[in-house]
Design a protein around this ligand. Structure first.
Ligand SMILES: Cc1cc2nc3c(=O)[nH]c(=O)nc-3n(C[C@H](O)[C@H](O)[C@H](O)COP(=O)(O)OP(=O)(O)OC[C@H]3O[C@@H](n4cnc5c(N)ncnc54)[C@H](O)[C@@H]3O)c2cc1C
Length: 301
């Protein structure tokens, strides 16, 4: 049982917002997901620590959400507390070639800050629509660059509410994976080490990245980005296209005709529609090509 009064007391101590009976479809870029009893907008590491301590001690389920851009949320919602790390926890500080960003900062804002300060290394990450925390959790990457290449350490809160630091070498960062996906930790800040570069060249590279995204990806529809991980030796989008599955749909969910690696929400898709479509795609791809596809987004249920 969630004790709303006790949670409200912690939130009031730190001056952070909490909302009751929230629809997850407004917290996810897929625009899918049922109700969650409480969402707290975390605004500091200390607040995250006290909440983690309280929620663990009281046996209350909780999970963290950033921009919700890699989430397929259940139609039944999430029966627990969502700790939302967003604009209330998004400061970005620069010292020489080092950037320290709070976990709720958008990757885009960190890339822009880097560019304005003539710091190179994050250009290819520009356009990934997540937060710094979500990016590290997924080891997000694009066009040959990954968070792994630029993150040097992170501050996080463990399930006992202790604020700790971890260096990148201990994060087990690999393709769309980090140690954080095996733990119930809350990443509260990430430190990046970049290289000096030319501001105008960095800007041009970022603009180029964005152009590629807008021309190739179905950004006009809600989605969670690439629906399947890249299988060893091929590309999910290529396999799906070879199997003739572009445009295949279940309810309001469709394999994008613009980019077959994306399942999109045509307007009224449910989580059930998306998962059933993904199940069919996986089955056909396995049967026709022998490749076993794995979902990239996290299922929140
Ligand atoms: C149009 C589109 C394009 C995309 N392009 C790319 C791309 O090029 N490359 C790529 O890698 N991804 C891409 N994605 C996927 C997504 O943007 C990334 O995975 C992103 O890093 C997720 O960040 P988020 O803040 O949205 O995390 P969320 O979706 O909110 O969460 C994802 C997971 O991370 C956990 N998490 C989030 N924040 C924290 C935190 N502070 N502490 C602990 N755990 C946390 C959540 O619990 C969840 O399990 C794309 C998505 C869309 C919609």
């Amino acid at each position: 049982m969630i004790n709303i009064l006790e949670l409200a007391e912690i939130c009031s101590k730190y001056g952070c917002k909490y909302s009751e009976k929230c629809l997850l479809n407004s917290y996810t870029t897929f625009k899918i997901g049922g109700e969650c009893p409480i969402v707290i907008d975390v605004n500091s590491a200390e607040c995250a620590a006290e909440l983690a301590k309280y929620l663990t001690k009281s046996g209350t389920r909780y999970t963290v959400l950033g921009k919700g851009s890699n989430i397929i949320a259940s139609d039944k919602g999430y029966n627990g507390v969502i700790l939302h790390l967003g604009s209330d926890f998004s400061d970005v500080a620069i010292d020489g070639t080092t950037i320290c960003a709070e976990a709720g900062a958008s990757l885009a804002s960190v890339c822009r800050a880097a560019q304005e300060n003539g710091l190179s290394g994050m250009e290819n990450l520009y356009g990934i629509p997540g937060t710094v925390g979500g990016g590290l959790f997924m080891n997000a990457g694009a066009y040959g660059s990954e968070m792994k290449d630029v993150a040097v350490s992170a501050e996080y809160v463990d399930e006992n509410g202790e604020i700790r630091t971890m260096s990148a070498e201990d994060m087990e960062l690999s393709y769309r994976h980090s140690i954080f996906s095996e733990k119930n930790y809350i990443i509260t800040a990430v430190t990046f080490e970049l290289k000096k570069g030319d501001s105008e060249e960095i800007k041009a590279a970022m603009t180029e990245c964005m152009k590629k995204r807008t021309s190739k990806q179905p950004l006009e529809y809600p989605s969670a980005g690439s629906t399947f991980k890249r299988p060893e030796g091929s590309y999910a989008s290529l396999l799906i296209e070879q199997c003739g599955l572009k445009g295949m749909s279940v309810g309001g969910a469709e394999v994008s005709t613009k980019h077959s690696g994306f399942v999109i929400n045509k307007g009224d898709a449910t989580c059930e529609d998306v998962l059933e479509l993904c199940r069919r795609v996986k089955e056909i791809v396995l049967e026709k090509t022998g490749y076993s596809l794995e979902l990239e987004p996290v299922i929140l249920e």
